[in-house]
Structure formats: structure tokens, C-alpha cells
Design a protein around this ligand. Structure first.
Ligand code: KIV
Length: 323
């Protein structure tokens, strides 16, 4: 596998340990070696760290963040500046994984020059290592490659086309559409895309494309025969507040975990059970006598009347300064 060493200074792994960095060429090598590519979305530092440290190969800062993080109805509203903000956070949390930033709706739908300028921002201002774009925009992919910007394509169910598609529907369900999709995948690969996400298409179609093109396919709702798989992090851990799509497998229930933790905390606060004496800071032993505190009592209170003696206060300050 063609890997380079990552030498960023963020203390994410034990210091002095250099990690083999996943690159776009490394993904191609994984396909050639038949090694499955694991990919997940992440939108913030903490999640990126967890995903990276779990050994996931590719982190996509997906525009799905418009829905799962920002609460929009679809992905169209998110802006370049918002995507840059989240990409920066993810980049700080990722050492080994390849960080791919989704270009949002509208940021590459005008002239090719405008699209390239927006893509440059993701690498220059946010540290992304590749961008992802939706649809068979072959000329644009060629321009990105020429500008030294690695690019991941995205075909099939492309959420930015929700209004044209009339909803989130499985694509490539008739022969004409299958042939068109195959041609589009081939054209993107020829134009220089490093990988292609295949979303919401029949397994058989994804398998045929995967076998036919030289670059990796990364499937989501496209069956098990792709070179890799990607899921939205919030789907994986049940943080979406909606019934999952057929292709989602929930590997954890963060919703139940977080809900119970928050409810427990609220109950403890309401019953004066948090914080405990052990979770509190303390004055030095000798100064405590100036306060009427019952450390074992649930409702320990300072007794202001106890601090009456000027000499005692001075003594206490002295002791605290020495402590
Ligand atoms: O935005 C996103 O999360 C995506 C994945 C579904 C591939 O594009």
C-alpha cells in the first residue's frame, strides 16, 4: 500500500508514534489488493477522534450534517462556510484517516472556475485532503484534478438532487438508467476521480460498476459488493430521531445512552445528590473552622457569620497562600 507518514503536531496519538496515513492513492491500492475500505461521516472533533482511533480509513465531512447536526429538512441549506467550520474541527481530530469534505449544494453548480475556487478553500482553509461532489460532472472533476485537488464522485441517489428526483428514491431501476449510471461512473474514473460513492442503487448494478472501473467504489445502500462501505455516523449510533433506512445497521444506541445520562444528572441535581463533597474543592483543613460546613450533609452551606474575626481571616489567607 502506498502510505505516507503523518507528521501533524496535534497530540492525538502517543507522542513520537507516527501513523501510516491513508491517502487517495492508498484507497486505489486497497481496491487492487481486495482490502475493504471502511468509511464513516464525522462532523466534529470528538467524533472524528473516535472514528479515526477506531481505524476507519476515510472520514467524510458530509453535507448530511445539514440534517443530522443542524436540523434542516434536507442537505441543500448548508453553506460553504458552515462546511469549512466542521471540516476544520474534523481535521483536528483525525490523524490516520483520509479526510474528505463534501462540497455543498450551489458551491460547484455555477462556473467551473467558481467551483475550483470553492474546492481550494476546503484544502487551504480547512485541511481537507479531498473533496466530494455529486453527479456526473466530468469537466469539473477534470478541472479539480488539474488543480491538484483529489476528488471523490457520488452517483446514484444524490441527495442534492432531491427535488429533481422527487424524493429520496432508489435509482438505476431500469436498463436505460443502469447503462447511464455505468457510463457516468466510467467517465468520472477516466476524468481522474479517486473513488466514487454509490448510493441507493440495486446491489447488482453496484457490483457490475465495481468490477468494471479501476477506482474504488464506496457503497451506501448499494449492497455488499462495493470496494468499501460508508454510513452516516448518526445512523450508526441511533442519533437521527427517525426510523432508519433499509440499508442502515445500528451498531449502538447513543440516543438511549445520552438520554439516560442526562435524565440521571437532572434527577441528581434536583435531589442535591450532585455534586458530592468528594467532587468539590476545599479550603485547607485549618481554614475550614471559619465556615460552618457539614461536609456530610446534602445541603452544606457557608455560614457568613462565621467569618467575623479579622485576625483569623489573615491567618487563613496566609495558610492558603502557602498551600
Ligand atoms: O453527506 C453524506 O453524508 C454523504 C454520504 C451519505 C455518502 O454524502
Amino acid at each position: 500500500m502506498s502510505l505516507t507518514e503523518f507528521s501533524a503536531g496535534a497530540p492525538l496519538a502517543p507522542r513520537g508514534v507516527s501513523l501510516p496515513k491513508v491517502t487517495v492513492p492508498a484507497l486505489g491500492e486497497m481496491k487492487r489488493q481486495g482490502k475493504p475500505i471502511s468509511a464513516l461521516t464525522a462532523y466534529d472533533y470528538a467524533t472524528a477522534r473516535l472514528v479515526d482511533e477506531a481505524g476507519i480509513d476515510l472520514i467524510l465531512v458530509g453535507d448530511s450534517l445539514a440534517m443530522v447536526v443542524l436540523g434542516h429538512e434536507n442537505t441543500l441549506a448548508v453553506t460553504v462556510d458552515e462546511m469549512l467550520h466542521h471540516t476544520r474541527a474534523v481535521r483536528r481530530g483525525a490523524r490516520r484517516a483520509l479526510v474528505v469534505a463534501d462540497m455543498p449544494f450551489g458551491s460547484y453548480h455555477g462556473t467551473i472556475g467558481e467551483g475550483v475556487a470553492n474546492a481550494v478553500r476546503f484544502l487551504k482553509e480547512a485541511g481537507a485532503e479531498a473533496v466530494k461532489i455529486e453527479g456526473p460532472r466530468v469537466e469539473f472533476v477534470r478541472a479539480l484534478v488539474e488543480a491538484e485537488i483529489p476528488v471523490v464522485g457520488h452517483l446514484g441517489l444524490t441527495p442534492q438532487s432531491v427535488h429533481r428526483m422527487g424524493g429520496y428514491r432508489v435509482q438505476a431501476r431500469n436498463i436505460d438508467a443502469v447503462l447511464q449510471l455505468q457510463a457516468d461512473a466510467f467517465a468520472l474514473a477516466t476524468a481522474g476521480a479517486g473513488a466514487i460513492v454509490l448510493e441507493g442503487i440495486p446491489r447488482e448494478v453496484a457490483a457490475a460498476i465495481t468490477a468494471a472501473i479501476p477506482i474504488p467504489t464506496i457503497g451506501i445502500g448499494a449492497g455488499p459488493d462495493c470496494d468499501g462501505q460508508i454510513l452516516v455516523f448518526h445512523d450508526l449510533v441511533n442519533l437521527t430521531f427517525a426510523p432508519p433506512a433499509k440499508f442502515v445497521r445500528r451498531y449502538g444506541d447513543a440516543s438511549a445512552l445520552f438520554r439516560s445520562a442526562v435524565e440521571h444528572y437532572r434527577e441528581d441535581v434536583e435531589h442535591h445528590a450532585f455534586p458530592s463533597d468528594a467532587e468539590s474543592y476545599h479550603l485547607p483543613e485549618s481554614a475550614r473552622r471559619l465556615f460552618a460546613i457539614d461536609p456530610d450533609g446534602a445541603g452544606a452551606r457557608d455560614n457568613a457569620d462565621a467569618v467575623v474575626n479579622r485576625d483569623a481571616r489573615e491567618e487563613m489567607n496566609e495558610e492558603m497562600n502557602q498551600a
